[in-house]
Design a protein around this ligand. Sequence first.
Ligand code: FUL
Length: 451
Amino acid sequence: MNYFLYLFFSLLVLSNIVKAQVLPKPSPRQLNWQQMETTAFLHFTVNTFTNKEWGDGTESEQVFNPTDFDADQIIKTLKNAGFKMAIITAKHHDGFCLWPSKYTTHSVKNSLWRNGKGDVVKDIADACRKYGIKFGFYLSPWDRHEATYGTPAYNNYYKNQLKELLTNYGEVSEVWFDGAKGKNAKDMVYDFNGYWQLVRSLQPKAVLFSDVGPDVRWVGNESGNAGETCWSTITTAGMAPGKADAAYLNTGDPNGKQWIPAETDVSIRPGWFYHEAEDSNVKTGKELVNLYYQSVGRNSLLLLNVPPNKKGLLGKQDAANLSDFRTILNETFKTNLAAGKIPKALTDEQLNTYITLKENQPFIVDFKKDVSFDRALFQENITTGQRNEKALVEYWNGKSWDKLNEFTTIGYKRLLRFPPVTTTRVRITILKAIDPVQLATVGFYKASDKE
Ligand code: FUL
């Protein structure tokens, strides 16, 4: 072979190997997190009693008085509805602490609730362990009560509180660092790196959420909408919590240098906290299922907020709608019509058993008889990264292939909804990919009538 041609081909081969090696991929803790799919947020504080969304920090501790607080009822309801983790607002922007922190008087210990002897965080953490779901907490960096806020001393205050929460409540699986801050708030230089190091050293299995990770990122809106295209990779350079481009976070970046998947946080009610006036506005099971398609079905994770009411319980309507949500999902995804018709690797629900598809190398699912379906599910083996950029699904109309759907990213999971089709065969073609796609799951389903 001509020397230059040889050099050219060697470089080509080498560049492909190098490219495959540098693809960002999830850490074990990120992988575990993603596979939970549905997790719950519990927004609860003085706001629940003052009917506000953002407290200003001047609230009396005495207003916090849930009459029947029952962590078991809350966590059992979530567990039965298939949620795999609960994240409690240990401290929201108002600065009131749901646990008896040593570092402030502004906490449950000065409330009327259980004569100041209660600890909401402990009860929630214990109930999570009892019902076998994971536990996480939200600790607002922005604090409208604490006097040191705005000075370097506040970073110590925050770290001291983090340490209390990381050492006294058993295993912590997620810590939520909110980037929100009011327009007229005092300037404060947060030591995020210091906060994150503390979590790493005390709870190495916990994922760290902020707008820009380091483990999981914000999806860029609070309406439950991951991008139709959603990469688990972004490049965080130039961004920080509270200072990130929401549109960029929504879609991610195929050239992103870091693996930081998107978390979709959205509330079952219009507000994050409980307000009686919103009792008639609880999202229905069907609406929640739609959020599942828009989050989990677009390579994200659903963090659904279900705020406890003034009694300290999840309301009847909220609980009923959560149960409907899971019933519908279970019904829809009960029978994969492709099972037994394609390699087992594609229906065994394991990410690391897969087939590899190159661009324009069609894969045919032959159902061997007429089947009807209106939902499709795909998963990539993300344990080695995310690759699919564009794919086509066609069905056999008896004479030729008709287009059923064209879509972009897959990642952990891609769900498609389309009008029912009856056919004997489906053809899947990767049209564009960063590298050959490791397809781990292929599913076709008929949606529940309740959807
Ligand atoms: C936002 C906060 O300002 C809201 O009150 C809520 O906690 C939401 C999850 O994050 O940034």
